[in-house]
Design a protein around this ligand. Structure first.
Ligand code: PFF
Ligand code: NA
Length: 473
């Protein structure tokens, strides 16, 4: 205990254990839950994909979140310096501090496209408020969205506004404003999702939607079948949906890049890491499942395509807002809360880098936030153009646009790799006495279970899925 009391973060500390949980929930709950989870579930065939995702959350997400918070609170600095000082404490190889570096780069790459999609949501706040969805058909809504995406300058403007919003909060310090905002905005978003699920229940296709989400059909998801020239159906196993589910477990919980680590470094010393983790994971998972339960009934009752891709929520939810009583109000509020959820996540994407620039380069928070924000903004232009000028095949690499490449590289490769090394460090490099002390646990069932998961189960699962999907095993 002496060790943790001596160390405290120069950036300050959350004012209570509850505020830490709220901030971490603010980081976790975001576009990943409401925008990405539904569309990747649609693209990957539904139930079986969702089940694999839930297994990844339980066996990989939970133990690695505990590990990441634990490293952060032990080190009490930006991820780069936290890893450096833990490497010293444990006399480990200096290469482990690359983990901190990887996280800074990953966060910057994610922020570049995250801000663009958040900009879409921002634009939709005003669209909803203008009454544009009232009574609109599915075709009109789809045409509106296509029209919106095809105007790069306006998409760029929304991306810019969102990036400025993010820089402002990070510049002022993550605590103050964020603490207050998440306290009531997260619960409000949750209630609004319940309203949407309530509306979805009134649709004829509600049970079809639930079926799609929750009844697993493994063959449909994991076997790709083709009919050969001779008219014979040939099916082969594909590990790709598993990699997407695994990658999304990291993305949605903000794991593998130091965001949760840096938030953990501001965590009060007396708070239980395991309990906080369960609360964060439960909230994040509930929001994702509710979003799915709201969206798929709308998809099926309007004969829409579940595999529509990144535009899915923008092509479905407006139909509901256009048809339900009070839809103009609920629609505006919904997109507004989605922007807030994205905002509180975006902040955590650059906090590791900003904390590091302040620690090592004596930069002011303002300059550090502006520097990172501007760099991410520039890279974000690639994502803006991925849906219009640069969407054509001639601009793709491996059949992927710039946005697809950034998404694939970060969610499916960098985050799982970061998480793997976090698990290995916490499980194998850190001494048992240090991890037990930091977790405030004795060598009982709880600690033994975590230790088993973080040392063997999660690293093995990540490695298998990962190497399988990239074709090595
Ligand atoms: N967890 C966020 C979401 O689900 O939208 C995205 C995210 C935030 C990923 C922060 C990674 C991160 F470090
Ligand atoms: Na999330």
């Amino acid at each position: 205990d002496l060790m943790t009391e001596k160390r405290s973060s120069i950036h300050g500390q959350w004012s209570s254990r509850f505020i830490f949980i709220l901030a971490a929930v603010g980081s976790a709950v975001g576009l990943g839950n409401i925008w990405k989870f539904p569309y990747i579930t649609g693209e990957n065939g539904g139930g079986a994909f969702v089940l694999v995702y839930l297994v990844c959350i339980a066996l990989i997400g939970v133990p690695i979140m505990i590990a990441e918070i634990l490293l952060g609170r032990r080190g009490r600095q930006s991820p780069i310096n936290t890893m450096r000082s833990l490497v010293q404490d444990e006399q480990a190889h200096p290469a482990w501090s690359l983990l901190g570096w990887g996280g800074v780069i990953t966060g910057f790459l994610i922020l570049s496209y995250y801000s663009v999609i958040a900009g879409w949501a921002l634009a939709y706040v005003f669209r909803a408020a203008s009454g544009a969805f009232n009574g609109a058909t599915a075709e009109t809504i789809a045409a509106q969205f296509d029209g919106f995406l095809s105007a790069p300058l306006s998409v760029l403007a929304w991306h810019s506004i969102f990036m400025v919003m993010t820089m402002v909060v990070v510049a002022r310090g993550v605590r103050g404003g964020l603490e207050k905002a998440v306290t009531f905005l997260m619960p409000a978003l949750f209630v609004l999702l319940l309203v949407l699920v309530g509306y979805a229940m009134s649709l004829g296709a509600f049970s079809e939607g639930l079926d799609f989400l929750f009844s697993p059909n493994f063959e449909k998801v994991f076997y790709h079948c083709e009919v050969t020239a001779a008219g014979v159906e040939q099916c082969r196993f594909t590990g790709e949906p598993m990699l997407v589910a695994l990658g999304h477990a990291f993305f949605t919980l903000s794991l593998g890049m130091g965001a949760i680590m840096v938030y953990g470094s501001y965590m009060p010393a007396n708070a239980s890491i395991a309990r906080a983790t369960f609360a964060i994971v439960a909230a994040d998972t509930a929001v994702a499942l509710l979003a799915g339960m709201a969206i798929f009934p709308i998809v099926f009752s309007n004969g829409l395509e579940a595999a529509a891709g990144p535009g899915l929520i923008f092509q479905t939810l407006p139909i509901a807002f256009g048809a339900m009583p009070g839809g103009q109000f609920f629609g505006t509020l919904f997109f507004l809360l989605l922007v807030f959820a994205a905002w509180s996540s975006a902040i955590s994407l650059i906090e590791p880098a900003v904390a590091w620039l302040v620690e090592n380069h004596g930069m002011k928070r303002v300059s550090a936030a502006v520097l990172m924000g501007v760099l991410a903004w520039i890279l974000g232009i690639g994502t803006v153009l991925s849906f219009n000028l640069l969407s054509g095949e001639e601009f793709q690499l491996f059949g992927k646009t710039i946005f697809d490449l950034l998404d694939y590289l970060t969610a499916n490769i960098l985050l799982p790799l970061g998480g793997l090394f976090i698990a290995l460090f916490a499980g194998w490099i850190m001494s048992r006495s240090a991890s037990m002390d930091e977790l405030r646990m004795r060598d009982g069932m709880g600690y033994k279970t975590w230790s088993l998961l973080v040392r063997y189960i999660s690293p093995l699962l990540v490695a298998i899925v990962f190497f399988n999907a990239i074709g090595i095993i």
